[in-house]
Design a protein. Structure first.
Ligand code: MTE
Ligand code: MOS
Length: 715
């Protein structure tokens, strides 16, 4: 049988079980003698715990707190930074901070006990917004300044000199809000003792992260904690570090009680008491010469980190590195800060810091064009990055940038130029465009210095091959992609390749399932391992091969100064959105969505389409209806009826293009793309609405009530 090209779609490994409802998730699992648990959480955003009054507990019920951490252990979770405690001891910094666990056999009894447990606090004045955090409202609680983390990068001439030369200056401030992940499966973890080890079952992206994060609580070696990923019903970054916040207390509780314990959040808990996308404020100041050419950009980025730093410095770095978008700007200075506030710690969310600054630069390009009396796409075209261009970290773009071809695809398909001219401003009709990119995998030399991913393949005597990696399926289709890569190289039928949810005691660490790195980096490891296996496949029965990540030569990066090649390669995207705004109700109807992406060479056209559809719609939800407000430290939206996410009724079918641009270091030329597809439709939507109502839009989300306000008050 002739081999099919790799991009030809196959049926997903997980399609039948998930679509038919037979797939088992963590909440379907029980263990002998299993107990349930409820988190005892801070009910105030900031203060000191004065007293915890635990009601008298029936036989078989327990209250677990930091006091149950053994003397040799440390009360900390290791999520890049180690500042987020497993259990609050004295100070609480956000509503929902874990103080203890109630554990027992009956969930109703646990709920009653939770109601009867009384905590008294000395309350302090909280800082909630970015501005309040920066102003140290209520007094600083981190570093005397509330600045958790900070970086600055520069290219070209000194900014003062650039602005002295400027003929005109254009400056604006852009803001983005919280976003909730709304993975269909809520956060779920269980902990069980098995022989002399603790087994964590978790709906999670990164089994090896959990192990590392919680081992210190009991001060035990990593291999005394085994993490088994359970089939994960969506994650979107929300299960990258956050499962540690469930797994840590459970580990301490199981160590104390000696019985299996499960914790499954209900939907309102999952929305009120879990991590969110970082809200942001980005100020872009552009220096222009007398002909309107851009001399330089001075960019100030602030992300709302919440109560603990955890992984936010890395998120901020990615935000800063994406702050000039797809453009080569002669001189730049980008300053980024992560500010402490008394909100739930912000965390990874599809795009990992890039969507916020990309939104800002795309709105800036639109408004700058308006300021100069130019067409926004023409202005963009003039500054597009090309192969060989310098990046804002003084690195280079190594690949061919196919944006011109992609722009042509979507402007032709949408009839952009005619509509842009015909729909006058304020006519109720509008069309907008945005360009975006996403740096693949970990920043700089992180893959080589921090992760050092491994992948193993095992051939059994019946000819079947197991893929052994720590990377996870969370809906993005990775399981299918990886099996395809191995099958294609080994020239085997797909059903000969097995890939199970990882178990840290059985698979090597291939790094986290994050940064869109799995197909591109782990897929490449599997491709290399399969090539090694192929040589021995016919002659040997039962054997395995293992490979380690090798960093290509010639991509300098200094993680102390943030100089050099932040990424080896990028995924690229372009989106056009067309809208009509109802003159009476201000409701927006999206009339069309056209997108084009460069994902290298596609591993599976249907999987790519799934990621494109999901990512683009998630981005449109972020821009339009997904409003998560925090009032005085409390999230106001806690159900799917008040936090509205898009359904298939809200947006029309999109027209989606791909350009083929094989990536030298990816398997079969594939690049990372799971986050790229989130990074730009939001800005295109805003530009379309902005033109339709003739108002400037510098902040998302813009639900209808915000559009009414804009129309009344103007901007
Ligand atoms: N797609 C689905 N269906 N579910 C998810 O949880 N997560 C996104 C993206 N697409 C996600 C998804 C995020 S945050 C990342 S980092 C990438 O998938 C990770 O997948 P990859 O490493 O396989 O590209
Ligand atoms: Mo994705 S935000 O890197 O898990």
């Amino acid at each position: 049988m002739a081999k099919m090209p790799i991009e030809t779609a196959v049926r997903r490994s997980d399609a039948i079980a998930k679509a038919s409802g037979t797939q088992k998730y963590l909440s379907d699992m029980t263990f002998e003698g299993m107990l349930y648990s409820r988190m005892v959480r801070s009910s105030i955003p900031r203060g000191i715990i004065k007293n915890i009054e635990v009601p008298s507990l029936p036989e078989g019920y327990y209250f677990i707190s930091h006091k149950d951490i053994p003397p040799e252990g440390k009360n900390e979770l290791w999520m890049i930074a180690k500042d987020w405690k497993c259990f609050a001891e004295n100070e609480v910094r956000y509503v929902g901070e874990t103080i203890g666990l109630l554990v027992g056999p009956d969930r109703n009894v646990l709920a009653n006990l939770l109601d009867d447990l009384i905590i008294t606090y000395e309350e302090h004045e909280p800082a909630i917004s970015i501005e309040e955090g920066l102003a140290c409202k209520g007094g600083a609680f981190v570093n005397d300044t509330n600045i958790f983390c900070e970086l600055e990068i520069k290219t070209g001439d000194e900014m003062d000199e650039v602005f002295n030369r400027a003929d005109r200056v254009f400056e604006e401030t852009y803001r983005t809000g919280f976003q909730e992940h709304v993975h269909l499966e809520t956060n779920s973890v269980a902990c069980v003792q098995e022989d002399d080890a603790f087994v964590i079952y978790a709906s999670a992206q990164c089994p090896f992260y959990i192990r590392k994060s919680i081992a210190g609580l009991l001060n035990i070696p990593y291999d005394k904690i085994i993490v088994r990923q359970t089939t994960t019903g969506g994650a979107f970054g929300g299960k990258e570090h956050f499962p540690d916040v469930l797994a840590g207390p459970l580990l301490v509780a199981v160590n104390t009680i000696g019985k299996p314990i499960q914790m499954v959040f209900d939907r309102s808990e999952d929305m009120e008491f879990s991590v969110k996308r970082h809200p942001s404020r980005t100020i872009i100041k552009t220096a222009l010469d007398d002909k309107g050419a851009i001399l330089g950009m001075d960019i100030d980025v602030v992300y709302n980190v919440g109560g603990y730093l955890s992984c936010s410095f890395v998120v901020l770095q990615r935000g800063v590195f994406h702050a000039t978008g797809c453009y080569g700007i002669p001189s730049t200075r980008i300053h980024g800060r992560g500010v402490a506030t008394n909100t739930f710690p912000s965390d990874a969310f599809r795009g990992f810091g890039a969507p916020q600054t990309l939104f800002a630069i795309e709105r800036h390009m639109d408004h700058l064009a308006n300021f100069l009396g130019r067409d926004p796409l023409e202005l963009r075209n003039e500054y597009l990055l090309k192969k060989g261009s310098l990046t804002n970290t003084n690195g280079h773009v190594y690949e061919e940038v196919k944006l011109p071809e992609m722009i042509k695809q979507i402007t032709d398909a949408s009839d952009y130029w005619r509509k842009a001219k015909e729909y006058g401003r304020g006519t109720g009709k509008g069309i907008g465009i945005a360009l975006y990119n996403h740096g693949g995998a970990f920043t700089g030399n992180g893959e080589q210095m921090i992760i050092k991913g491994h992948a193993r393949l095992h051939k059994h005597s019946d000819g079947t091959v197991d893929i052994l990696v720590g990377s996870t399926e969370m809906g993005q289709g990775f399981q299918t992609a990886l099996r395809k890569i191995a099958a294609q190289v080994l020239d085997l039928d797909l059903h000969m390749i097995n890939y199970d949810n990882p178990d840290t005691s059985k698979v090597p660490d291939s790094g986290p399932t994050a940064a869109s790195r799995s197909t591109m980096i782990v897929g490449k490891l599997v491709e290399r391992a399969a090539l090694l296996m192929k040589k021995r496949y016919d002659s040997e029965e039962d054997f395995h091969v293992e490979v380690e990540y090798e960093h290509p030569e010639g991509f300098p990066w200094d993680q102390n100064t943030f100089q050099g090649d932040a990424y080896l390669g990028y995924g690229w995207g372009a989106a056009v959105v067309e809208v009509e705004v109802d003159a009476l109700t201000s409701e927006v109807e999206t009339k069309g969505i056209w997108v084009s992406h460069d994902v290298g060479h596609p591993i599976d056209e249907l999987l790519i389409r799934g990621q494109v559809n999901g990512g683009v719609i998630q981005s449109l939800g972020y821009a339009s209806m997904e409003k998560m407000e925090n009032k005085k430290g409390y999230f106001k939206q806690n159900s799917m009826s008040d936090y509205i996410i898009p359904t298939s009724m809200d947006f029309p079918k999109m027209e989606s293009f791909l350009v083929d641009n094989p990536y030298e270091f990816g398997p079969f030329g594939a690049k990372g793309m799971g986050e790229l597809v989130f990074n730009g439709a939001d800005a295109a939507f805003c530009e379309a609405v902005s033109r339709a109502i003739d108002r400037r839009i510098c902040e998302i989300p813009i639900p209808p009530e915000t559009i009414v306000e804009l129309e009344i008050h103007g901007n």
